[in-house]
Design a protein around this ligand. Structure first.
Ligand SMILES: Cc1cc2nc3c(=O)[nH]c(=O)nc-3n(C[C@H](O)[C@H](O)[C@H](O)COP(=O)(O)OP(=O)(O)OC[C@H]3O[C@@H](n4cnc5c(N)ncnc54)[C@H](O)[C@@H]3O)c2cc1C
Ligand SMILES: NC(=O)c1ccc[n+]([C@@H]2O[C@H](COP(=O)([O-])OP(=O)(O)OC[C@H]3O[C@@H](n4cnc5c(N)ncnc54)[C@H](OP(=O)(O)O)[C@@H]3O)[C@@H](O)[C@H]2O)c1
Ligand SMILES: Cc1cc2nc3c(=O)[nH]c(=O)nc-3n(C[C@H](O)[C@H](O)[C@H](O)COP(=O)(O)O)c2cc1C
Length: 1339
């Protein structure tokens, strides 16, 4: 250091990686503004020199002159390497004289300090004004710097307690603010926190200097020579209704935001400043601001870290933060609390957590948990004056009773949760017993201990403290860790608690008459042993005080290293027994207050501002007039609470949040979900959403979730349920933590294998993220899929359960082959009933209304409810745009290049190779194995047949829109208005019937009922109504005749259909998937599809011919016409990345489609030489068809692929070849290549691909299992597990097209028998005998 006139050179500053130099500069006001220090951050590098002050001008940094170069200054300072020394040339503030002076310390050493004093009357005045204004210098406060321990100033100063007399006026000596007084007496204000505190460990003889305390505030009211460190609540409570003024919020917010950004590894000053500006704007507008989730998490962890009374803080960074700032009602608070308890309890493996409810806004809308802890035992005053239960809770128990709660009157009655939300009057809730874990206290040696019949709860959750963070006050932020044994020991032994000391002393045979026998101490030790033993033997986390003490000492050292200290309240940290045996006893501690923090609050019932004025005068209570001066008797409070609570309960009960989630491929689940919504709306606050629109992070906060979903593929989720299913799976198995052999496919957790599922359940049931959620599932499926029947619905059900959610009604199954609608109705009625019972709501619901809702919802048909209006001048929406909107995904255009018939001309069936041009569309990029989704058009013939039957007067080609008459709330009450519906894109009736609506799927029972309303003939109406009831009659009709809408109209000639009915009620025409049959590298810009043209006759071949919509449309579409489509990634059906692994491909009939893309890709790779370094593995094709000359499609191409070396082996199974035995693909596997299959599966890590109809795929799967059994020596269960594992690890791939006609017919035969004999409503088992045996008797 050197000194010139008012100029000092500071060489000691070392740039800190986190804090920089620890200074901030005044923002530049003018172009050539000087570089002036605005703030010196306490404890930062600059501050530690004691030589740098706000108001100093920086003249140079490391020899570089920057006095008038603001930009340059910031850059130079920013560019200094952390850890490197920095030399600052500073000029002291104007009107002051700054110089260095050497002072002598009391130790005899000397030290040089900076002195800044007024150099004339203006300076003196400035200093005086600063002091009056609260020590500000210019705009900023001058920090109260430290006088370095025991420094006394040589000559100039003489110290008398806190007063230094000096000849000089107003001095700031090395940071020690010296005020000017007339008598030339300077008050030195070294607060207790203004200098580092030296702390000694008297056991280990170590010392540390707590520098963090410099930042802290005095924590207790110690002054005038009194130490009040043992006061329970040292700081006063904030008054009810108080809220922080904006200035205070801002001051604390700034500190917090800056600290938060400094804590980030990659701290970005620009981002921090942006955020700070944003906070300022919010506070200016609303008085408060919104903490980001990261800030909240940081703040909550820091509050724990700063809790000077907590011994368990070594865990501070592992706090789980539940953000419940979006709750609005007491019921929602309760749901969040249940979740907290479940998550933290974690089956005994306790986890620390905090749940943060909305912050205080104006002091009148606070959220409060009235309980001191979540779990507490009630106390009852008995007639003889004694108390049953835990006496500490007597007052709160009375409050609960007055609210209407009734305890059972036992020693351990759990008190209910009493919650008030948004300043409303409180509501109570009983905790579900199954989420509360308790431990019976037994002793490892004293068997009689058990007879005392004592238990204690496992989870200590402090719930009445205020979380003070960044200027915001969270009046409800319950937090929990795990117990230290002595805490429970005191709960049991303290005289004002359960007070079992004497009882135990007697049972131990101790001399309880004499204190000096130390019987109480002996009891306490044994009770503590019992507690630790009981918790540990029940696998519940608990810590003994010795380990806690050791951990805390470690924590102190960590904190000393990391942030210069740790606020600690010795009085609380030292355990209440065997104190001196714990190291913490011997450790000096500094107690101070640092924010973020947890603060005590007055008991909620003493300060609550009642909303509803109690009617009886006796009920007038503490604070109805918002001025809680007058104190009322507790009974009065309680009665008032009870009164208000009844009203509140009624209102809140109606608003249980219910989320109905659906996933669907063909729209049925959506329509069932919609009916569910219509019903649940009667008693719940219900909303409906597709799974792919749902933000899974909200799931934990849900109260009631209802899932309606189908299953697709072979046990897989529908496309729009895939992500949701995966997210659920990841909730239990975070990605990266999965064992290599663990489950990856959601469907693996279905009921596919009960044994497997149970094992999984056990693995999964290790927590309860959905602990507060109640749920039920309706699963749609087809029993044709045998063991994968409704698999995804079951998977969701299993996952919810394993995540701790409570099932309110068993999973419902809706079989598309049999009475799906009926099963749904039965299930939904049951679900509604159990939900009402579970939530104790719906007492006033008229069940007739509910039944009516089953038959219709807001969007269902009623005459006069919908109308068509012409949209004059508005053009039709472009088809691609319309489809994209309708299906909520981007649909693009491809055009037909060519079509080739693949079967022999004499074949009775057609299979067509359709080649499409993608026009380079990015959206149509694909890899072999992917699907193309095609949006077809209905046949003109069918569209016209319908148009011929719509009510007269409708112009089929006019652009129209549909409107619904809806009830809306207005100032004048409820009014009905016509509201446009956006169900379909703007188009004509003809376009709607041709491109957007499904007119060929047999009408649902509900649609038949709507049609019945428009039958002129009473006979026809009656018939339609009878069918519309669903049931056997409908099922038979649907299965036998599979009537299209035109056929229904034809059958009921008196029907005249309103166009609005068609537009509002017909299901949406769905896309059809085709497995892409080309490699994009062999045919760039093209997509090939191998399309089996669907044509069949109904009524067992006697009825009219039906043509499949899409396959026939593709078969007849002309070259260059456009085909709306998109690509559907089939990530479970891609070639292995490692091309040297062997591949076995099995496909029959059209199932060869995706396999063509694989061998083409291999041909390209071989040609391009990409496989030369790693020779490709075997690629074997097993193909099945009827006759070699008729339907052996791609015969030439496969032969060429073999010649090219792409296909190593080629087998064909012919099922109807004259003169040969019927052979299927699985026969080839079993009879001809079992060794190959075995090696591929067991030895070579190979992949199997199976494609086609579900029955064939199932049979192939069973055959591979059989090979594993017969040739691999595996048991039945092992072989099944093995294949399932291969599926999970993506080595066994299936591409399922659906149910082919033959499977359908076989089902039909079995179905008939099963239905008639057993009358089952779902879950029909169709595989009574090998499938082809049925076929042979049917064909
Ligand atoms: C992932 C996947 C990939 C696919 N890949 C291909 C492929 O590569 N090639 C291919 O050709 N197909 C494939 N399909 C099938 C394809 O999507 C269509 O289902 C098929 O083309 C029929 O559609 P369509 O519109 O022509 O018939 P639709 O109008 O949908 O009619 C078919 C429906 O008619 C009914 N039906 C059919 N036969 C009978 C009968 N005998 N008696 C009574 N009712 C009957 C059934 O309900 C059947 O679902 C695939 C399907 C999926 C799911
Ligand atoms: N979603 C749909 O509705 C849909 C989709 C695609 C195709 N199709 C229809 O299905 C029909 C034929 O399609 P396709 O050409 O792909 O196949 P396919 O010709 O019916 O069958 C191909 C081969 O598989 C055999 N096979 C039947 N059941 C089997 C089983 N369980 N295991 C193994 N092999 C079995 C057949 O033998 P058999 O001699 O015993 O028949 C035949 O040899 C067409 O009429 C088409 O319209 C419908
Ligand atoms: C290609 C395809 C695969 C299917 N896979 C299954 C399956 O694995 N398990 C099942 O139970 N149902 C399966 N189904 C039947 C559907 O789940 C059933 O048709 C359901 O009613 C469709 O409902 P959604 O319209 O909501 O998708 C499948 C249907 C198709 C077309």
């Amino acid at each position: 250091m050197e000194c010139r006139q008012n100029i000092i050179v500071v060489k000691l500053v070392i740039k800190d990686p986190a804090d920089g130099l620890g200074i901030s500069l005044k923002p530049r006001a003018a172009e050539h503004e000087k570089v002036v220090i605005e703030e010196v951050i306490r404890g930062g590098p600059a501050d530690q020199t004691g030589m740098v002050q706000p108001g100093d001008t920086i003249l140079a940094v490391n020899g570089q002159d920057i006095e008038y170069q603001y930009q340059e200054a910031t850059k130079v300072i920013r560019d200094i390497e952390p850890g490197k020394p920095v030399e600052l040339v500073l000029r002291g503030p104007k009107w002051f004289h700054t110089y260095l002076e050497t002072v002598r310390l009391s130790t005899g050493e000397t030290k040089t300090v900076r002195v800044t004093r007024p150099n004339g009357p203006i300076g003196a005045l400035t200093l005086l004004i600063q002091r009056v204004r609260g020590n500000t210098f210019g705009r900023r406060a001058i920090p109260k710097h430290d006088i370095q321990g025991d420094i006394s100033l040589q000559k100039t100063f003489t110290r008398q307690n806190d007063v230094i007399r000096t000849a000089a006026n107003g001095i700031v000596a090395n940071g020690c603010q010296v005020a000017v007084s007339k008598a030339a007496t300077c008050m030195v204000v070294p607060t207790s926190t203004s200098r580092p505190v030296r702390l000694r460990n008297w056991l280990k003889e170590g010392t540390m200097h707590d520098t963090l305390s410099v930042k802290g505030n005095c924590v207790n009211p110690c002054n005038d020579g009194r130490c009040l460190g043992s006061l329970m609540r040292p700081r006063p409570f904030t008054a009810p209704g108080y809220f922080r003024p904006k200035e205070e919020v801002l001051e604390q917010a700034k500190k917090f935001i800056f600290e938060y950004f400094a804590s980030l590894k990659s701290s970005d000053a620009a981002e921090r400043d942006r955020r700070w500006r944003d906070v300022q704007i919010q506070v200016k507008e609303k008085g408060v601001y919104h903490l980001t989730i990261d800030e909240l998490v940081y703040g909550a962890k820091m509050a724990w870290r700063n809790s000077s009374r907590c011994i368990g803080r070594i865990q501070w960074s592992k706090l789980q933060v539940f953000d419940a700032r979006d709750v609005r009602t007491a019921r929602e608070m309760f749901a969040a609390i249940c979740r907290h308890i479940k998550w933290s309890t974690n089956g005994g493996n306790i986890r620390s957590a905090i749940t943060v409810f909305p912050p205080r806004t104006d002091g009148r809308h606070d959220y409060k948990v009235w309980n001191g802890q979540f779990l507490k035992y009630a106390a009852y005053q008995l007639p003889d004056g004694s108390i049953l239960g835990d006496p500490i809770n007597l007052e709160f128990t009375e409050v609960c009773q007055a609210l209407g709660w009734k305890g059972e009157g036992t020693l351990f009655d759990l008190l209910p949760m009493v919650l008030s939300a948004n300043g409303e009057d409180p509501e109570w809730f009983d905790l579900p017993r199954d989420i509360v874990m308790e431990v019976n206290i037994t002793h490892p040696k004293y068997d009689w201990f058990e007879e005392l019949d004592i238990k204690w709860y496992c989870l200590p959750v402090v719930s009445n403290m205020l979380f003070d963070c960044g200027g915001l006050e969270f009046s409800a932020a319950p937090f929990s860790g795990w117990y230290m044994g002595t805490e429970v020991g005191r709960d049991l032994c303290d005289e004002n608690r359960l007070n079992i000391t004497e009882t135990v002393g007697k049972r131990m045979g101790l001399d309880i008459a004499r204190n000096s026998s130390l019987w109480k101490d002996a009891v306490l030790v044994q009770v503590n042993i019992a507690i630790l033993h009981s918790f540990q033997s029940n696998n519940v986390t608990i810590i003994d005080h010795h380990t806690a003490s050791e951990n805390f000492i470690k924590h102190l050292k960590n904190e000393q290293r990391l942030r210069g200290g740790c606020p600690s309240d010795w009085v609380w940290i030292v355990p209440p027994m065997s104190a001196s045996l714990a190291e913490v006893f011997h450790q000096e501690m500094a107690n101070y207050h640092v924010r973020p923090s947890f603060e005590y609050q007055e008991d909620a019932w003493l300060v609550h501002l009642w909303r509803k004025k109690p009617k009886q005068s006796v009920l007038l209570n503490y604070a109805y007039d918002e001025n809680p001066k007058r104190k009322y008797r507790l009974k009065e409070v309680a009665l008032a609470v009870k009164f208000a609570a009844v009203l509140m309960k009624k209102a809140l009960n109606k608003r249980v949040k219910t989320t109905i989630l659906y996933a669907t491929e063909t729209g049925k689940s959506e329509s069932f979900a919609s009916s569910t919504l219509g019903i649940f709306k009667h008693a719940f606050d219900a909303k409906m959403m597709c799974m792919d629109e749902y933000d899974i992070t909200n799931l934990e906060k849900e109260e009631l979730v209802i899932v309606v979903t189908s299953t697709f593929g072979n046990g897989d989720p529908p496309d729009n349920g895939e992500e949701f299913g995966q997210a659920l799976l990841h909730m239990k198995h975070p990605p990266g933590k999965m064992k290599p052999d663990s489950v990856r496919r959601v469907s693996s957790i279905s009921r596919a294998s009960y044994r497997r599922q149970q094992k999984l359940l056990r693995q999964l049931r290790d927590g309860g993220a959905l602990g507060s959620v109640r749920y039920t599932v309706f699963a749609l499926g087809s029993s044709a899929y045998l063991e994968n029947y409704c698999a995804f619905g079951h998977a969701i059900d299993t996952l919810f359960e394993s995540l701790g959610a409570e099932r309110i009604q068993p999973v419902g199954e809706g079989d598309e082959l049999c009475r799906q609608e009926e099963s749904f109705r039965a299930w939904v009625k049951g679900a509604f009933k159990s939900a009402c019972e579970r939530f104790d709501v719906g007492h006033d619901v008229d069940m007739e209304d509910v039944k009516a809702a089953l038959l219709g919802n807001d969007f269902s048909w009623a005459p006069g409810k919908f109308r068509i209006v012409q949209t004059k001048g508005l053009p039709e929406t472009d088809i691609l745009e319309g489809l994209s909107k309708l299906h909520r995904r981007k649909v693009v255009c491809s055009t037909v290049i060519s079509k080739t018939q693949l079967q022999a001309p004499e074949s009775s069936r057609q299979t067509c190779l359709v080649q499409l041009e993608t026009h380079g569309a990015q959206e149509l990029k694909y890899v072999p194995g992917d699907h193309v989704a095609v949006f077809p058009a209905n046949e003109d013939r069918l569209v016209q047949a319908i148009l011929d039957r719509v009510e007269k007067g409708a112009n089929p080609d006019a652009v129209i829109q549909i409107e619904a008459l809806q009830e809306k709330k207005s100032g004048a009450g409820f009014i009905k208005t016509w509201t446009p519906q956006d169900r379909l894109p703007t188009c004509s009736l003809r376009t709607a019937l041709s491109r957007y609506l499904d007119v060929t799927t047999p009408p649902s029972p509900q649609l038949l009922l709507f049609l019945a309303m428009h039958a002129a003939s009473s006979r026809e109406r009656a018939e339609l109504e009878a069918l519309g009831k669903g049931g056997l009659r409908y099922e038979d009709w649907k299965f036998e005749a599979a009537p299209t809408l035109p056929e229904v109209l034809q059958h009921y000639p008196s029907l005249q259909v309103p166009p609005a009915l068609l537009l509002s009620q017909l299901p949406v025409l769905q896309q059809r998937y085709y497995s892409i049959s080309s490699s994009p590298h062999m045919y760039p810009g093209q997509i090939h599809a191998t399309v089996a043209v669907v044509k069949y006759r109904t009524r067992g071949g006697q009825g009219p011919e039906h043509s499949g919509v899409c396959s026939n449309w593709l078969n007849t579409i002309k070259t260059n016409e456009s085909v709306p489509c998109y690509i559907r990634t089939a990530k479970n059906f891609h070639l292995p990345e490692n091309s040297s692994l062997p591949v076995l491909m099995v496909g029959s009939g059209t199932g060869i489609a995706p396999l063509r893309s694989f061998w083409q890709q291999r041909q390209v790779d071989i040609k391009a030489g990409t496989t030369s370094r790693h020779p490709p593995g075997d690629m074997t094709l097993v193909f099945g068809c009827r006759q070699s000359r008729v339907d052996h499609i791609y015969k030439e191409e496969t032969a060429q692929a073999r010649r090219d070396g792409a296909l190593t082996d080629l087998y064909t199974a012919l099922s109807r070849e004259p003169g040969t035995n019927k052979t299927y693909v699985q026969d080839i596997l079993r009879e001809r290549i079992p060794g190959k299959v075995l090696d591929l599966v067991l030895k070579d890590g190979g992949h199997i691909y199976v494609c086609g109809d579900v029955t064939m795929a199932t049979d192939v799967g069973e055959t591979v299992q059989r090979i594993l059994r017969e040739h691999g020596g595996m048991s039945v269960a092992r072989a099944e597990d093995f294949i399932n594992n291969m599926k999970d690890s993506n080595r066994y791939h299936e591409d399922i097209f659906g149910v082919f006609p033959k499977t359908r017919e076989a089902q039909g035969a079995v179905r008939k028998g099963t239905l008639r004999t057993s009358g089952r409503t779902s879950g029909v088992q169709v595989r009574a005998a090998p499938f082809w045996q049925h076929y042979s008797c049917l064909s």
